[in-house]
Ligand binder design. Structure first.
Ligand code: MLT
Ligand code: MN
Length: 306
C-alpha cells in the first residue's frame, strides 16, 4: 500500500487565516521548524494510478496539485481519484467535495448520518449523483471500496464507531455527548490483505474499545489536535477544552500517548494537529518528548509504503 498524508493540520490549517500566534508568525516567515500544513486528509493506493481519499478537506485542490500521484494522466478529463471515504461531516472533512464537482466519476462513501448531512445541503448536489454514486457504509461491516463503475480498488475497509460528536454546526443548545458512538465520527481500519492502517484522526477519548481497534496495526494515524486539553483556553483563543471539541489530547494521563503506550503498533503518527499545538514546531520540547515516546508528527506530503 502507498499512503500519502495530504494534510496534517486540524480544521483551520497552519497558519490559520485569523491567527497571529508566534507559531503562525514563524510559519508565515518561512521558518523551517514551523512548516505550514493544510487541513487533514490522506490518499491510499494499492496499484499505481488508482487512489482512495480519506476525507476531502477544504484544501483538497492544492493538496492534489502538490501530489503528483493524484494528477490526471489518463485522458484530457480524468483523475486517478476513484473513491472518497468520509469519516465525519465536519467542514474540514467534506468541504473539499466541492472541488470535485467537474463531472469526473468517483464513488463517495460515508456513514448514513454523514450522507444525510450532505443530502440536506443542496450545495453538494454539484457533485452530481448520476456521476458520483453515494454509498452508505456501516460500522463493523467490512466493505471493498470500488470506483464509480464498481471495479474494486484492492482494499478492504472496516469502519468503526469512534468516540466523537456531531459537527460543530449541528450542535444544539444542549451540551452534547462528546464521546458518543453514533456514527458521526468513524475510525477506518484499512488493509490490502498484507498491511493494516488505522485512521483515527477524530477521537474524543482512548478507552479499551479504541485500544482493541488499533492493536496490531502497521500504521496508526491518530488524533493529534492538541498537546494538552486546556491548550486553547490557556492560549486565549477559545473557551473549549479538547475533550469538549471531541479530541483527546496527546499528553497527560488520559492522553493518547499514555493510553496507547502498551498497544502493539508499527508506526505511530499524529495527524489533524491544531495550530495551537506546540508539537507542530520541530524544535519544541513537546516534539522531542513525543518522538522520544515513539511518535511522529505528520507533515503534508509524508508518504509511507507498507
Ligand atoms: C474539529 O475537528 O473539531 C472540527 O474540524 C472543528 C471545526 O469544525 O472547525
Ligand atoms: Mn477537524
Amino acid at each position: 500500500m502507498r499512503f500519502i498524508v495530504l494534510g496534517a493540520a486540524a480544521g483551520g490549517g497552519f497558519p490559520q487565516w485569523n491567527a497571529d500566534s508566534r507559531a503562525c508568525r514563524r510559519a508565515r516567515a518561512g521558518d523551517p521548524a514551523a512548516l505550514p500544513a493544510t487541513q487533514a486528509g490522506a490518499a491510499v493506493g494499492v496499484d499505481e494510478g488508482r487512489w482512495l481519499l480519506i476525507n476531502a478537506s477544504p484544501d483538497l485542490r492544492m493538496q492534489i496539485e502538490a501530489t503528483p500521484a493524484l494528477h490526471p494522466h489518463d485522458g484530457i478529463r480524468s483523475s486517478p481519484i476513484k473513491a472518497v471515504v468520509l469519516t465525519n461531516a465536519d467542514i474540514d472533512a467534506i468541504a473539499g467535495l466541492l472541488h470535485l464537482r467537474e463531472g469526473t466519476p468517483f464513488a463517495l462513501y460515508g456513514h448514513g448520518r454523514v450522507l444525510r448531512t450532505l443530502g440536506v445541503n443542496p450545495v453538494f448536489e454539484v457533485v452530481d449523483r448520476s456521476v458520483v454514486p453515494r454509498r452508505e457504509i456501516e460500522a463493523d461491516v467490512t466493505f471493498t471500496p470500488a470506483d464509480a463503475t464498481g471495479e474494486a480498488l484492492g482494499l478492504r475497509i472496516t469502519p468503526f464507531l469512534a468516540p466523537g460528536k456531531v459537527p460543530l454546526y449541528q450542535e444544539g443548545e444542549d451540551a452534547t455527548d462528546v464521546a458518543a458512538r453514533q456514527g458521526d465520527t468513524l475510525g477506518l481500519d484499512i488493509t490490502d490483505g498484507r498491511s493494516r492502517i488505522v485512521w483515527l484522526a477524530n477521537c474524543a477519548l482512548v478507552d479499551e474499545a479504541v485500544r482493541a481497534r488499533v492493536e496490531g496495526c502497521d500504521l496508526l494515524c491518530m488524533d493529534g489536535t492538541l498537546w494538552r486539553d486546556d491548550e486553547m483556553v490557556v492560549q486565549g483563543v477559545g473557551r473549549k477544552t479538547g475533550r469538549r471539541m471531541g479530541h483527546v489530547s496527546m499528553s497527560g494521563e488520559q492522553g493518547a500517548m499514555a493510553a496507547l503506550e502498551h498497544c502493539r503498533i508499527g508506526r505511530r503518527l499524529f495527524v489533524h494537529v491544531n495550530n495551537t499545538n506546540p508539537a507542530l514546531l520541530a524544535d519544541s520540547a513537546e516534539r522531542a518528548e513525543l518522538e522520544e515516546r515513539g511518535w511522529r508528527v505528520a507533515h503534508d506530503g509524508l508518504e509511507v509504503r507498507l
